[in-house]
Unconditional design. Sequence first.
Length: 576
Amino acid sequence: MVVEFAAHNLLTGRVTQVDNPPSLSAHATHVAGTMMGNATASANAKGMASEASLRAYDWNSDGNEVTLAAANGLLVSNHSYGADPDFVSIADWGRYDGEAKFFDNVMFNAPYYQFVNSAGNSRNAGYNDEKQGYDLLSGKSTSKNGIIVAAVNQVSNYTGPSSVVMSGFSSYGPTDDGRIKPDICGKGVNVRSSTSNSDNSYSSYSGTSMSSPNVAGTLLLLQQHYKNVKGGFMRAATLRGLAIHTADEAGTAPGPDYRFGWGLLNAEKAAVLINNEGTQSYIQENILQNGKSYSFDINPINATQPIVATICWTDPAGIVQQSNQIDLSTPALVNDLDIRITKGNEVSFPWKLNPIEVDEPATKEDNKVDNVERIEIANPVGTYTVTITHKGNLVNNLQQYSLIISGVSANQMLLTSDSSLLNRNCVGANESAYTFQLDTPDAFSETATFEILGLPAGASATFSPSTLSASGTGSMLISGLGATPVGNYPLTLRASSASYNVSLGLSLAVQNTLTTAPNLTAPANNTNPADTNPTLIWENIGGNVSNYTIEISKDNLLQLMCQLTKVQPIRLIFQI
């Protein structure tokens, strides 16, 4: 933030001005009071983190100053300033630029530091008019890891999405690659706070400059609450994910949008979720290794309370798009993690927005651009499996991530797996192996034993080790499968101790071996087909087939040559 009036009675004794600004600033004093001003009898004003201390800077050299402060343990910084929109080119609106990359890199290298930035006030001000109010984020407001804040009116009593009314100025997203920005919204209209006219002056201002410190101060309170409950601070990705996970719905359709982001910040819901961690919610800070996955089972509290699961990670800084092309859609995302929740053949996907149709409702599908993903399951019944995976190769061969789940009966002991829960065996194969991890509670002093339910007739299982008295990795070998008929076999792995029991759903698929299909009779050998786009129809050969491979060659000699050189002239694989 920029220069404020440290002697103001809302701020006195709790502000350190780090640099040497040339003059006082009413704007900065107002921002400071909103973020951490203490209550006074006459002011009718109070900041969000009203007992916090503030280190204040002007906006010069902000990058170097933030880097040093983050390295020294800074948890939250607020930035109620941005580029003058008069000097933002059409191509720069929504573009991931060097400033956004810089702040992303600071956050990646200081994983407990959260950058909070105002979205800007460019809507209805004559900028980028062809976008009808959208595509008005620039500079550091396009950061992946930052929390970008929109401004809404006061919400005195939230009764539903229509309770949240957008201001007339708050800048809308998206970024050029379609990420969900802004992230969150907060009150930014007629906010009463301190000004620099005197040590007892107050005024009401409006702008995303007001909503951003509102959010930043609240996030600092959540860090303090988490430390009080858990004994330490949470990673910034956990804090950002928690804010998004518990936000109140806003906008005209379910899910996020490019106006309100994920909705209205709700500190109470976030604090309650922290309180309920381990009984009615999960807050996990994990590491996903390259090529690995992470899975475990969950059960709903009841059918009337939705299951909500959010994954959030601090992504490595992206590649700056140097092109002057307008709306260049190349993703800034570096490590693409995915969350899925499955139940049998049902797969639940996260929310996603489409930058081509900016005012269309969010859909639920694969998300390839955002480093936060949220899944919601209404009216849940039965057991579900949460799985975290990644696409491609992870830069640095790993990615820290935070997983937040609510609406579940949380278990303090967990069975998880970092490999596939489904094993495929060809018919006649005698063995199948699985690996798993047991996560025990703190100060666990019991012994957990393992069993497997649902084995096919004639099969048996052995565990290594046979028991665990602390968190660790185990394996299970199922043998005696040689005579098992073709089919799908759902299995349940169970770990039990004196005080805890937990299960993990596995699956074994026994499939037919390779079947040779009849040769095609038409077209004739060594002739070109008249139809270059045929419809291939065949009867299912049965036996739990996973795919068909069809190889086509113009003559036997070419086919033989291709086989000898391990090259296929035309190879079509159809997944069943």
